[in-house]
Design a protein around this ligand. Structure first.
Ligand SMILES: Nc1ncnc2c1ncn2[C@@H]1O[C@H](COP(=O)(O)OP(=O)(O)OP(=O)(O)O)[C@@H](O)[C@H]1O
Length: 588
C-alpha cells in the first residue's frame, strides 16, 4: 500500500469534521430523519394492510371493511412515498450544504499550503483531492446517501413488522441475518483499505498523467517517452489491480447475500405454510410475512450496491478532512505589517532538498529604493525572490521587511510577479479585481494605463468585460505579465519583487517593458530579478549572485570599474545587444 503525500483523516477526525459542519443545520437534519423514518414505516405498514385485506376476503368481510382496509393501504403507500421524498430531499440538501462548506474550507487550506507542501504533494494529488474526491462525495451525497439510510430503516422496520405478525415468522425471516451480518462485516473490513488503495493508486496515476501533459516538451526533447510511458503503464496496472481486488471482494459479498436471501425465503415459505396449516396464523398474516420478506430484497440489494459508493465516499471524505485538518505552518505566526519597505537579508542560507543553493546571502534595500539582482542561470535569483516575499522560509539567517521577519509578514505588504502569470477564468475585470475587490472601474483602467495595457484591453471584444483565461479570449504571455503588473499596482504593496519578463513577451519592445516595470514599481521598494542588464543599469543598486553567493554589489558604474563578474556579464550583454561601434549607453 503506497503512502499518500497529503494526510488522510482517521474515522474519528472525519466524524469530528462532519459534526462541526452539522452545527446550525439542526432543522434540516430533523426533517431528514423524520421524513426517512416515516417513509420507511409506511413502507412496512402497507404489506401488513394487504395481509389484513386477505383476511377480510377469506373471512367473507363486508365491502365496507374491505374499503377501509384498501383505503388505509393506499394512504400508507402515498404517505410513505411523500415522506420518503421529503426525507431524501432534506438529506441531499443537508449533505450538499455540508459538502459545500467543506469544499470552501478545503480550497482555503490548499491556497494556504506552503510552497514546500504543494511541491511535496504534487499537482495531481491536489487536483485529485479538490476535484476527484469532492465529486465522489458529492455524487453520493446527492442520491446514494438518502437511499442508503432509507434502506437501512426499511430493513429494521421489516424485522419489527414480522415480529408484530408472529414471532415464528419473524424468526424464519431473520434466518439470513447472521449470514448478512458476517458477510457485511468481512466485506467492510476488506473493502475499506481496498477503496483507500484504489483512490491513492488513482491519485498517483493522475499525477503521472499530469506530468506527461505539462512536461510533454521536456519528455520529447530528452527522449523520455519510453521511461515515462513505462511509468504510466506501471501506475495504470497498479490502479487496475487495486480496482479489480475491490471488485472481487464486492462480487463475493453479493453471492453471500443472494444465498442468504434464498435461505430466508425458503424458511418463511416453510414456516408460513406450516403455521397456516396448523391454524396458528391467518392466511393474511402469512401473505403479509411473505410480502414483507419479498420487499426486503430490494433495500438489501440497494444497501449492497450503495455500501460500495458510501464506502468510496467515506474514503474521499476522510481525504478531504485530512487536508481541512492541516494546521497552518507553525513558523508563519500572526501576520504583521512592516514598519516601512526597507529589506534586510543577513547570513541567509537555503536548500531545496538538503543541499544549499544559497550561502550566507547579505544585502539591504533602503525603503523606496530599487535593487536589481543579477547573475548567471541557476545562481539563486528566483529563490531570493521567494524568500523575500515569504513564500519560502530561509534555512539559516534572517530576512526582514520593515523590521518584520518575511515569513510572518502580512502578505498584503509584498507583491511578487513571476515570469509565469496565471490568467484566471473570468472577465479581464474579474482578474484585476482579485487584487483589490473594491476597486472602481476607473481605478482598474488607471492601473491598466500605468502598465501600458489600456489600449489592447479596451480593444478586446467586450473591453474589460471580455472573458479571458480557460475557455475565454487567449492572452499572450506579455499581456498576462502586464495584467499581473496591473494587479500589483492595484494591490499597492510596500514591496514589489519582479522576475523580469523576457522582452519577447512585449513583442521585443524593451522600452515598453521597462516603462511598464517603472510604472509598477513607482512609490514602492523594488527588487527586480534582471535578465536584461538595461533594467539592472536603471536600478539604484545591483546585487550580483553567483552559485548562491553575493559576489559583488554596487551601482552600475561602480561594478563596471571593479571589472568583476558584472563587468563580464555587461560586456557579453552589450556585445549581443549593441550594434558594433555604437555607444553602449544606448542599449535599449
Ligand atoms: N523547486 C526546486 N526544487 C529543487 N531545486 C530547485 C528548485 N528551484 C530551483 N532549484 C535549484 O536551485 C538553484 C537556484 O535556482 P533559481 O531558480 O533560484 O536560480 P535563478 O538564478 O533564478 O535561475 P534562472 O535565471 O535560470 O531562473 C538551481 O540549482 C536550481 O536548479
Amino acid at each position: 500500500m503506497s503512502t499518500p503525500t497529503l494526510p488522510v483523516a482517521t474515522p474519528g477526525q472525519t466524524w469530528r469534521t462532519v459534526r462541526t459542519q452539522l452545527r446550525g443545520r439542526g432543522k434540516t437534519l430533523a426533517w431528514a430523519v423524520v421524513g426517512l423514518v416515516a417513509g420507511a414505516t409506511a413502507a412496512t405498514v402497507t404489506p401488513l394492510l394487504v395481509g389484513r385485506i386477505v383476511d377480510i376476503v377469506t373471512a367473507g368481510g363486508t365491502p365496507g371493511q374491505l374499503g377501509v382496509a384498501a383505503l388505509a393501504a393506499a394512504a400508507a403507500t402515498g404517505l410513505g412515498a411523500a415522506m420518503t421524498a421529503v426525507g431524501a430531499g432534506r438529506t441531499a440538501v443537508l449533505c450538499e450544504s455540508v459538502l459545500g462548506s467543506l469544499r470552501g474550507r478545503l480550497v482555503e487550506r490548499v491556497a494556504a499550503l506552503s510552497l514546500e507542501q504543494v511541491e511535496r504533494a504534487g499537482r495531481g494529488v491536489l487536483l485529485q483531492r479538490t476535484v476527484g474526491d469532492v465529486a465522489v462525495a458529492s455524487h453520493v451525497a446527492r442520491g446514494a446517501l438518502p437511499a442508503f439510510v432509507s434502506s437501512v430503516l426499511t430493513i429494521l422496520l421489516t424485522a419489527v413488522g414480522l415480529l408484530a405478525l408472529d414471532w415464528r415468522l419473524a424468526l424464519a425471516g431473520m434466518l439470513p441475518l447472521p449470514v448478512w451480518l458476517l458477510a457485511t462485516r468481512s466485506y467492510l473490513r476488506r473493502s475499506a483499505p481496498q477503496y483507500a488503495d484504489e483512490r491513492t493508486a488513482e491519485e498517483e496515476l493522475t499525477q503521472s498523467l499530469l506530468a506527461g501533459v505539462s512536461g510533454a516538451r521536456t519528455i520529447r526533447s530528452l527522449r523520455l517517452e519510453g521511461p515515462h510511458g513505462d511509468d504510466i503503464d506501471r501506475r495504470s496496472r497498479g490502479w487496475a489491480t487495486a480496482a479489480l481486488t475491490a471488485c472481487v471482494t464486492r462480487v463475493r459479498f453479493s453471492l453471500r447475500l443472494n444465498a442468504a436471501e434464498l435461505l430466508g425465503l425458503l424458511a418463511v415459505f416453510g414456516m408460513a405454510s406450516h403455521l397456516v396449516r396448523t391454524q396458528a396464523v391467518s392466511l393474511g398474516a402469512a401473505s403479509a410475512a411473505v410480502l414483507l420478506l419479498l420487499r426486503l430484497f430490494e433495500p438489501v440489494s440497494t444497501l449492497l450496491y450503495l455500501l460500495d459508493e458510501v464506502q468510496a465516499a467515506m474514503a474521499a471524505l476522510s481525504r478531504l478532512a485530512g487536508v481541512v485538518a492541516l494546521a497552518e505552518p507553525a513558523d508563519r505566526g500572526v501576520p504583521k505589517p512592516p514598519r516601512d519597505g526597507g529589506i534586510t537579508l543577513r547570513g541567509v542560507g537555503f536548500g531545496y532538498t538538503g543541499q544549499d543553493v544559497l550561502h550566507d546571502v547579505e544585502f539591504t534595500v533602503p525603503p523606496g529604493a530599487r535593487v536589481a539582482v543579477v547573475g548567471p542561470s541557476g545562481a539563486g535569483k528566483s529563490t531570493v525572490a521567494g524568500l523575500v516575499t515569504g513564500i519560502r522560509v530561509p534555512g539559516r539567517g534572517a530576512i526582514t521587511v520593515g523590521g518584520v521577519p518575511a515569513s510572518s509578514l502580512d502578505r498584503r505588504s509584498t507583491g511578487l510577479v513571476t515570469q509565469e502569470n496565471h490568467v484566471f477564468s473570468g472577465t479581464l475585470m474579474d482578474n484585476l479585481l482579485l487584487a483589490r475587490p473594491d476597486a472602481s472601474e476607473s481605478a482598474l483602467t488607471d492601473a491598466l494605463s500605468r502598465v501600458g495595457a489600456l489600449t489592447w484591453a479596451t480593444a478586446l471584444p467586450s473591453g474589460l468585460r471580455t472573458p479571458v483565461g480557460a475557455g475565454g479570449h487567449a492572452l499572450s504571455t506579455g499581456r498576462a505579465q502586464q495584467l499581473a503588473l496591473a494587479r500589483l499596482v492595484l494591490a499597492d504593496p510596500l514591496v514589489a519583487v519582479l522576475d523580469e519578463p523576457a522582452a519577447e513577451s512585449y513583442g521585443g519592445d524593451r522600452s515598453a517593458m521597462n516603462a511598464a516595470i517603472d510604472a509598477a514599481l513607482r512609490g514602492r521598494t523594488g527588487i527586480v530579478i534582471a535578465h536584461h542588464l538595461t533594467e539592472a543599469r536603471a536600478a539604484d543598486r545591483i546585487v550580483v549572485l553567483d552559485a548562491g553567493r553575493v559576489v559583488e554589489q554596487g551601482t552600475h558604474e561602480e561594478l563596471l570599474s571593479a571589472g568583476g563578474l558584472y563587468a563580464d556579464l555587461w560586456s557579453s550583454w552589450a556585445t549581443a545587444n549593441v550594434p558594433a561601434g555604437a555607444d553602449d549607453s544606448l542599449v535599449p
